[in-house]
Design a protein around this ligand. Structure first.
Ligand SMILES: NC(=O)c1ccc[n+]([C@@H]2O[C@H](COP(=O)([O-])OP(=O)(O)OC[C@H]3O[C@@H](n4cnc5c(N)ncnc54)[C@H](OP(=O)(O)O)[C@@H]3O)[C@@H](O)[C@H]2O)c1
Length: 432
């Protein structure tokens, strides 16, 4: 083992940073043996110097400015664990890369928004490299699985449950029958959801991870703006019940796949069979399913967040840097990444769909809905009218295979019917 220590600077000592520091201090000999090189945390930065981090930080150099730490000649590796797509996280990562240092980060927002430019900077600066295992599904080694383990495959599809908060809320809604708002409030009290839950329940956090995986999987430039995002805020208790009655669960699924028209990236609530690999995932657990021409399919499940699990991924990257294992950021030289060009036209999205319409309970209403569906090119596989209340009858429909554009047209037609009392709701049914 080399005695020349890798001198590490850590920016951010919150949930992930403090856990990472704790392992590097308390388990140093074991981790260094794996790295084949002595590892020494040399300097740290956070906002509040007085805060107890649960680890002895007295021997470490303290910085007030992350950018100064990143560029400091005394450190060999900059570990960014502050968060945020812009601001000091971006500025400090750029400073470290520009100074020819490897960077390890858990920051999915930074990668999804600026990953392309940062990868180019890393590539053209001798000594620099960018590592981000923790940015995708926390402790699950999804980046390494895709970029290294499946490097020989033509990847056809990457999908997963990429946000534990949303999966917890959907699981609780299913188990308790409670509505979204009440379950979210409970999740906030238990610390499973942030005070501002938008990034999680709005689907943005999971979309960041999906965009990163899609860039690696399909060897193309980062295209976060191409991800079609729909969160779980509008999932109603009656949709959860209808799903269960039909043998499905509602899950917030990220799916990136290669189609004849290009790569599609969609993040939205879907119905998936209860006994399917992704349908079985409950609570805060994350899952990533990777499909390739050689391997078929493989699935990784585990904790997608939390100090320990996320530190596990950060440590793996630190060990890679110590070993000198620095692959291209997205697995391919940036010049060879496929440029993202969009015609603006939405890609086809074919499959079965669930549709819930709310109708006046009067004769002939179902015929009007069936006509609207038929005119839109949508045929009915099964239909169920639920108990009516106050002369309003909810009807749930499962369609035969059709395109999302047809469903959208059908919903617009149905909404204009005088018998329709609320905007129709639809959801894609995914069979795997
Ligand atoms: N938490 C998870 O489970 C998880 C999972 C996967 C990925 N991540 C990613 O990991 C990163 C860190 O997340 P976290 O949950 O550990 O965040 P956190 O608990 O909020 O910690 C953020 C840390 O950054 C420091 N910080 C923030 N702004 C700063 C500034 N301007 N200058 C210096 N220090 C600053 C804070 O200092 P103070 O402590 O002094 O306020 C704090 O120590 C994020 O990119 C996040 O997306 C987190």
């Amino acid at each position: 083992m080399s005695d020349d220590p890798l001198k590490i600077g850590i920016a951010g000592l919150g949930t992930v940073g403090a856990a990472t520091l704790g392992f590097l201090v308390n388990e140093n000999a074991r981790i260094a043996a794996r790295a084949g090189r002595a590892l020494r945390v040399d300097a740290i930065v956070a906002r509040d110097r007085a805060k107890d981090r649960g680890v002895d930080t007295s021997g470490l150099r303290w910085f007030d400015d992350p950018v100064a730490l990143a560029a400091d000649p005394g450190i060999d590796l900059y570990v960014e664990l502050m968060g945020g797509a812009d601001g000091v996280a971006k500025a400090s990562v750029e400073a470290a890369l520009a100074a020819g240092k490897p960077v390890v980060t858990a920051n999915k927002a930074l990668l999804a928004h600026h990953g392309g430019a940062l990868a180019e900077l890393a590539e053209r600066t001798p000594g620099a490299s960018l590592h981000y295992e923790a940015a995708v599904a926390g402790g699950i080694p999804a980046v390494k699985a895709l970029r290294e383990g499946m490097a020989g495959n033509g990847i056809t599809r990457v999908s997963g449950i990429l946000n534990g908060t949303c999966n917890y809320i959907l699981t609780e809604m299913e188990e308790t029958g409670a509505a979204f708002d009440g379950v979210l409030l409970e999740a906030q009290k238990l610390g499973y959801a942030e005070a501002d839950p938008t990034a999680d329940v709005g689907g943005f956090d999971a979309a960041h991870k999906l965009a990163i995986m899609a860039a690696i999987a399909f060897g193309r430039q980062m295209a976060f703006d191409d991800v079609q995002i729909e969160g779980i805020e509008n999932v109603a208790a009656e949709d959860i019940i209808a799903a269960r009655d039909m043998g499905y669960r509602i899950r917030l699924l990220g799916v990136a796949e290669r189609t004849d028209e290009g790569v599609s990236q969609r993040l939205r609530p879907c119905m998936t069979p209860i006994d399917s690999p992704l349908g079985k995932i409950t609570g805060v657990t994350n899952a990533v399913m990777l499909e390739g021409d050689a391997i078929g399919a493989t699935i990784l499940t585990g904790p997608g967040a939390g100090g320990g699990p996320t530190a596990s991924a950060v440590l793996a990257d630190i060990i890679d840097v110590a070993r000198g294992n620095c692959p291209p950021t997205f697995g391919i030289a940036t010049n060879d990444l496929v440029p993202v060009t969009s015609s603006g036209a939405p890609l086809r999205d074919e499959g079965a769909f669930y549709l819930r319409v709310t109708l006046k309970d009067q004769p002939g209403t179902l015929a009007e809905v069936a006509t609207a569906l038929g005119r839109s090119g949508v045929s009915i596989h099964r239909m169920r009218q639920h108990d009516h209340k106050n002369d309003i009858a909810p009807v749930t429909i499962v369609t035969h295979r059709c395109d999302l554009a047809d469903i959208t047209a059908a919903k617009e037609r149905i909404e204009t019917l005088s018998v329709c009392t609320a905007p129709p709701v639809s959801m894609r049914i995914v069979e795997s």
